[in-house]
Design a protein around this ligand. Structure first.
Ligand code: R5P
Length: 263
């Protein structure tokens, strides 16, 4: 059997802890990325074990494909109307539960889905908890037409902003520009430290050509933090942390054995 890396042990623990938040008949938002993928696989297992019924909205083509392969019913957001709970990963989480997302290029759909939910719970390993956002490059989705002009305007705007770095690079997919599910490009802003994310986010979104940036401010309600040890804690605004027990009826060892042998 392949073994779980320390990072995956922590991601798995966070995802499994969030599984206990799922109740029958919920309409769920499913995030994108390696941590969200653990949650989606575990959700599929819970549906197989418990036979619970629920529907889900995906935040990317990748997530939709994985969810469908796990037997999860996937519907459009407009069909769902409003969601009970969104579970998603993050690239950085600050003490006020503000996030940087979009490392996988999916932050536009993720923000639409999270803000159309009663509750957003982030699942993450403890390495993503930071005092100040910005060490992870901030993704900004831009329309392909005139993207170089959009980048120039962003660079000029950044001169007025309290950040420690100002390099803006187009995200590449091998030799070509990266394309999101919507066919747009991504600019990664290497800011190192974002002094005032609440000032930066609307300024970015005001630039013509910008579709959405990866700052999630005041959107996440709680954070499930997983550790290499296999434990998980629930983090709430204000820094309160409490341990979470797994209560899902899943045989974790058997589940991991099956999943790891598929990889
Ligand atoms: O665009 C991708 C998403 O925002 C992801 O949720 C984020 O990048 C975290 O991904 P991972 O769980 O793979 O670290």
């Amino acid at each position: 059997m392949n073994t779980l890396s320390p990072a995956d042990r922590a991601k798995f623990a966070a995802a499994r802890a969030a599984l206990s938040l799922v109740e029958p008949d919920m309409k769920l938002g499913l995030g994108t990325g390696s941590t969200a993928n653990w949650f989606i696989r575990l959700l599929g297992e819970r549906i197989r074990v418990d036979g619970i019924k629920l529907t889900a909205v995906a935040t990317s083509d990748r997530t939709a494909a994985l969810a469908l392969s796990e037997g999860i019913e996937v519907i459009d957001l407009d069909e769902a109307g409003w969601l009970d709970l969104t579970i998603d990963g993050a690239d950085e989480v600050d003490p006020a539960l503000n996030l940087i997302k979009g490392g996988g290029g999916a932050h536009l759909q993720e923000k639409i889905v999270a803000t159309a939910s009663d509750r957003m719970v982030v699942i993450t390993d403890d390495s993503k908890l930071v005092a100040t956002l910005g060490a992870f490059p901030l993704p900004v989705e831009v329309i392909p037409m005139g993207w170089k002009s959009t980048r120039a305007i962003i660079e000029e705007m950044l001169e007025q902003i309290d950040v420690s770095g100002r390099e803006v690079t187009p995200r590449m997919d091998g030799a070509v520009l990266y394309r999101t599910d919507e066919g747009n490009h991504i600019l990664d802003l290497h800011l190192e430290r974002i002094g005032d994310p609440h000032r930066l986010s609307p300024l970015l979104n005001q630039v013509a050509g910008v579709v959405e940036n990866g700052l999630f401010l005041g959107i996440a309600d709680q954070v499930m933090v997983g550790y290499e040890s296999g434990e998980a804690h629930l983090l709430e605004e204000g820094g309160v942390m409490r341990p979470v027990a797994f209560a899902d009826g899943i045989d974790g060892q058997a589940f991991l054995k099956r999943v790891l042998n598929q990889v």
